[in-house]
Design a protein. Sequence first.
Length: 442
Amino acid sequence: MNTLSWRIWPIIAALLAVLFITVDLLLVGQASTVQQRIGQEVQLLSELSQMNEGLNQLVLVHRVDLNTLEAEGDISDQRWPVELQRFAERTAKLGARFNEEPGVAALAKDLPAALNDIDSLHGIVIERTAANSGASMSESVFQFMLQRAGKQLESVQRKVHEHGLGMHTAQLSERWDQAQVLLFLACFMAFIFALLVGMSRRLLVESRVAGNELMNAKHQLEHTNQELRETMLSKEEKEVMIKEIHHRVKNNLQIVKSLIRFQQDQVKDTKTRELFNECITRVSAMALVHEQTYLSKDLANIDVSSYLDHLVRDLVYAYSVDKQLKMDIDIKVKTLSVDTLVPMGLMINEIISNSFKYAFQGRESGTITVHLHGSEADGMHMLIGDDGVGLKSREGFHRPNSLGMDLIHTLAGQLDSDITLIDGPGTKYEVVSQKLQRKKVA
């Protein structure tokens, strides 16, 4: 019997070893599966938070389109369709990727219909606002539909929290408890199981730590998303407000132009009318900066080529140029700040205005030159002028006795640059940043 017992115990030990190993591997596999589900649900919560931000972005775009329509009476370049299409694509990807998660299938089915209603209401609000037929009721319905869409997203988030993360966290905790029982029993086994027990414990401890880290990461992610949403919303509101300020400044300068032009119409003296016209072009150069600012996506940097193109066209219209002029424009600087572009625009306005008034008298054609190279940080080099009849005397440049020439020197100083008159046919000015000159010397 003792012999039989000794024969049975190794078999029992082997069976127990197989049993423990099987149960251990099963628990590890289940824990790994639960962790993967928790990770997927954390990603789903992140996607839902981003979609909430997308709804807030739709509200801001709707406001911007309305403000633009109310301010200009026309809205030829709407951002609404692009933002709506982007949000719809995100909804479709969410439904395809997380279709098995609670509430996602219903969201992927209901949210596109709600987006269609929101798009229709946006169009109605725009049309009624344009027709001044009272869009407040449609605007209220539009806001209600957006809130309803937001509540659908919040509902899915609650379901993920309650039926997804809550259940899987409980499952992970349950697996941990089972693992603890397994480890307790393993302590009474023979030495042959000691190594397996140690490995199992370490693996399961790591599983629990990973589960806790995932939970902490989820809470941190939610907190970060909330702060990011508040920060982005505040940033968008500030940008809208700043653009509105630039828009109002531009409108006020347009009013100033109209008042000057009205006063000009009351004057018969040709020289006085020219002075009024110079004031109009200077105000236009400043107003154009503010116009390009509120039209720009980046408020800190304005497209230089677009600004100069509008500036030259305004000057051609102001001086009624009827000659065949060639524009030698070479702009290598993409964007500049408002502080730099205002004095630069005024200086270019003065020089080209003088070219239109004096450079091509008695000629049918000519060339206007505007070259701009370098950068705002490293220094810039400009060449501005014409190939016209040229100045009668260089004395007027070195000792300016006119408002226009004095203004050119003053504006060059504001740009921290030196301006020189180049020898040769026509009148050309070279403006070099002192920062660029110091680099050349070094």
